[in-house]
Write a protein that binds this ligand. Structure first.
Ligand SMILES: [Zn+2]
Length: 530
């Protein structure tokens, strides 16, 4: 019998503290979907009441498989639980679970919180009780637990125990400043598990000594049964424990795999690399090539003695099989292995193909060629879908843009203010009909988008509900100088979203490619007649 180990993701809450990361509501919903795909047990969405995005996120039920969790403070000292507006917002939130944060270091209680040790304990008990009374599962994050324990073990334990005794499902020991070392974590968690059963104890580690993952495993060895972390180790300063590294270790290393069951299935594990890269693309960050398990270089070997040994038997140099985490072996990518990646990708988007079909090989070549130019098909499912359909079968030539023209002009308006006006004119041929559309926009891409979608004749009804919801630009340094990659996210009337990509030295051209792919993808998806 394996023991259940629970995964708690805080990408959307602690990860939102990452420098340069600013999640929109759409980002949060999309990332929650990725976490659900991975089989994460708890998805912490944010801090309702702290900002409009998080408040809106919790304004309705999000219906995840995992437990959607709201984060917030325990009641303020000197107030009753029923007379604390912050706590009230948290209790109102549409969430399955509430994760409170409370101080557990006596020094912080006195100095930072300015209250007594007893009042802090009462605040923990009252808050847990109030949330339980509202039918929520309750977790308590004990802030600075390890430093607190070193300074005053009895008080730190009393804070954890207060929550557990009041019925909190989990007491989570936080290494808030990330300075604790693995042997200390193991020793302290071991001591806590003598007082609180380990299947009610969690670990929340930060990466300030590059040991957040190691600290999480040290806690598990000592008895903790919940790990908190983030995708790609996002988080303030040096980040949080990286679940993208923790999950495969739990699934693939016998010490953990034979002892524990987690919510991530083998099939979900195969999506890990894709999800990790898709998150980076969404955040407009370049994926870390050297990331364990999922990095582009994680299974890359330089040609030479290692490469020939790997050719004989990959197990000689690889600690796990790359495909198991959805990654691929590099340098040595045999035609067969490359094909199987493409076939897996086709299967993922629902296109049937035969592995012996020569067109699959051709698709592989085109993808390699275009990715070398800067196209990111991992982030642009819809563009990959179209490329695959074009190579394998047929995408109708619905319409032809024979010419477009974008004009950006800065001038003074009647009030003497400097204004920038953009006008796009698009000539489209649909069947035998030639059409011209013009539109003004707040910028060249916006104007081009509006003009392009203004009149597509008999296809107009298929794209009426189409709208552009996100636009991301990255300058890439290719071999032949800088090129611009544009990723466009579109949405249709049913709320379905897809992403397309364009690459060119010219941002308008790159945007045009991505816009065209988006429109054609919608026509294909809607079954528009040729
Ligand atoms: Zn944290």
């Amino acid at each position: 019998m394996k023991e259940r180990l629970y995964l708690f993701d805080t990408t959307l809450r602690d990860g939102a503290q990452t420098n340069g990361v600013d999640f929109t509501l759409a980002d949060k919903l999309a990332i929650a979907g990725m976490l659900d795909e991975l089989g994460i047990d708890y998805v912490e969405g944010g801090y309702p009441g702290a900002n409009p995005t998080d408040t809106e996120l919790f304004s309705e039920s999000r219906k995840l498989r995992g437990k959607f969790t709201a984060f917030g403070m325990t009641r303020r000292p000197g107030r009753s639980a029923s007379n604390d507006p912050g706590l009230a917002v948290l209790l109102e939130a549409h969430a399955d679970a509430i994760c409170f944060v409370a101080k557990s270091w006596d020094y912080h209680v006195r100095v930072a919180l300015g209250t007594t040790e007893e009042e802090n304990l009462a605040s923990i008990r009252d808050s847990v009780r109030a949330a339980k009374a509202r039918g929520r599962e309750v977790l308590l994050d004990c802030e600075h637990f390890f430093d607190g324990y070193k300074a005053n073990p009895d008080y730190a334990l009393a804070c954890a125990k207060a929550a557990y005794d009041e019925g909190a499902r989990w007491v989570v020991l936080c290494d808030t400043n990330g300075g604790t070392l693995p042997h200390e974590v193991e020793q302290i968690v071991g001591a806590v598990c003598k007082v609180i059963p380990g299947d009610h104890v969690g670990i929340h580690a930060h990466n300030d000594t590059e040991q957040a993952v190691a600290n999480s495993f040290a806690a598990v060895r000592a008895g903790a049964r919940q790990i908190q972390g983030t995708l790609n180790g996002l988080g303030e300063r040096c980040g949080n424990a990286n679940l993208v590294s923790i999950i495969p270790t739990l699934k693939l290393k016998p010490e953990y795999a034979e002892a524990f069951e987690i919510g991530t299935s083998d099939a979900a594990l195969k999506k890990l690399s894709h999800i990790s890269h898709a998150l980076d693309e969404r955040l407009n960050r370049a994926p870390n090539r050297h990331a364990p398990y999922v990095g582009e270089s994680a299974f890359a070997t330089k040609a030479g003695i290692h490469a020939s040994a790997i050719a004989k038997d990959p197990a000689t140099y690889e600690h796990v099989v790359p495909e198991i985490v959805g990654n691929k072996r590099k340098v040595l990518v045999s035609e067969q292995a490359g094909k199987s990646n493409v076939l897996a990708e086709l299967e993922r988007i629902g296109i049937k193909a035969d592995k012996d079909d020569p067109r699959v090989g051709r698709l592989l070549d085109i993808v390699k060629e275009r990715e070398a130019l800067g196209y990111a098909y991992e982030a642009a499912d819809a563009s990959f879908d179209l490329l695959a359909r074009r190579t394998l079968g047929k995408v109708p030539a619905y319409f032809d843009v024979t010419q477009f023209d974008v004009n950006v002009e800065q001038r003074e308006n009647a009030k003497g203010e400097r204004v920038t006006v953009t006008l796009a004119v698009v000539k489209v041929k649909v069947g035998e009909d030639n059409m011209i559309s013009a539109a003004e926009g707040n910028g060249p891409v916006n104007a081009l988008d509006l003009a392009l979608r203004k009149d597509l004749g008999k296809y107009q009804k298929y794209i009426d509900g189409l709208k552009l919801v996100d636009f991301r630009v990255r300058i890439l340094n290719g071999g032949t100088g800088a090129v611009t990659r544009v990723l466009i996210e579109s949405e249709d009337e049913a709320g379905e979203r897809w992403t397309t990509v364009g690459v060119s030295p010219n941002i308008i051209d790159a945007s045009f490619q991505a816009l065209m792919d988006s429109i054609i993808y919608k026509l294909v998806k809607s079954g528009a007649p040729a």
